[in-house]
Write a protein that binds this ligand. Structure first.
Ligand SMILES: C[S@@+](CC[C@H](N)C(=O)[O-])C[C@H]1O[C@@H](n2cnc3c(N)ncnc32)[C@H](O)[C@@H]1O
Length: 289
């Protein structure tokens, strides 16, 4: 018999791992830890990401094409243990579980010799890149270090916009550039191409009907640049957290940047399998030669 008066053993045993401050509850990642269930989840994730890996393998630096899928799979298998070791436990405002998984998987798969990121924030994604690419040269740019919580000893941190930096970059052919700074994707595409970079990762690539999804979205996003329905001078407006926002789409800017994009892929959302909060429409972009 079951019921409030029953003396049955509790069905769930609970063991406290860390003391979570009240303000951070709900932001602490939660995950399955049963090995058999993780293996089933990873098998489902592999199925989900396999078509994307096949597409982007052709865009990888020549030296990274062999073994790309195996490296991606290894990154996936080891990801939970890696994520548990992250130095920035509460990465609100930055990459969560799903985006961190994609960043790790792509960085391992592309095996770049040079990684540039714009948008350091608390330092979480630079840490991920260092774990995924132990031998790469890594530069992380942000205009503010107010939120910076973790620095890796051998990552170069720059407090400036990457377009204003004196830094000369070598090895642009074997590089990966990650833009997670909420700046115009049109601008970042033009800047990256002019500096010789051809493989980009753009975060927050939300289309015109989803601009409310993140604070200060990149305007225009790549999705907007490629949207044939948007007209020059069209106004877009949205609300978020009690404020009203609007922007005007400019076709001239879109045309210039659009012409530099050879191919792109919006990475599939992992949330249906991981049951973690949705990612930020991370997008891989191959620029024209
Ligand atoms: C979404 S956060 C980056 C999150 C981080 N990449 C992660 O995954 O944890 C965006 C960051 O971009 C920075 N930012 C804003 N404008 C920038 C600019 N012009 N250049 C570089 N970073 C900028 C902000 O200061 C903020 O720290």
């Amino acid at each position: 018999m079951t019921g409030s008066g029953s003396a049955e053993a509790p069905r769930v045993t609970i063991r406290r791992l860390v003391e979570v401050p009240e303000a951070e509850r709900g932001f602490q990642p939660r995950r399955m830890t049963s090995p058999a269930e993780l293996a089933r989840r990873n098998a489902a994730l592999l199925q989900l990401v396999a078509p994307a890996l096949e597409t982007i393998a052709a865009w990888a630096p020549a030296g990274a094409r062999a073994g790309l899928r195996d490296r991606a799979e290894a990154a996936l298998q080891g990801f939970d243990a890696l994520h548990d070791r992250r130095p920035v436990a509460d990465n609100r405002g930055g990459s969560g579980f799903n985006d961190s998984l994609w960043l790790t998987l792509l960085a391992r798969a592309f095996a770049p010799r040079l990684v540039i990121e714009s948008g350091t924030h608390k330092g979480h994604s630079a840490w991920l890149f260092r774990q995924a690419c132990p031998d790469a040269e890594i530069h992380s740019f942000d205009i503010s270090w107010d939120y910076l919580k973790h620095r890796e000893a051998d990552v170069s941190y720059h407090r400036e916009d990457w377009s204003e930096a004196d830094q000369k970059f070598s090895d642009t052919a074997e590089s990966l550039v990650f833009f997670d700074d909420h700046m115009s994707h049109a601008r970042r595409i033009e800047e990256a191409w002019a500096r010789g970079f051809r493989l980009l990762l753009l975060d927050d690539n939300f289309p015109a009907h989803q601009l409310h999804a993140t604070g200060g979205p990149p305007l225009p996003s790549l999705a907007m640049l490629l949207d044939p329905a948007l007209r020059d001078g069209q106004e877009l407006s949205w609300t978020r957290n009690g404020k009203a926002y609007s922007t005007v789409f400019r076709e001239a800017e879109a045309t210039r940047a659009r012409g530099l994009v050879a191919a792109h892929l919006v990475l599939p959302e992992l949330a249906p399998v991981t049951a973690q909060p949705p990612g930020s429409r991370l997008t891989v972009v191959k620029l024209v030669e």
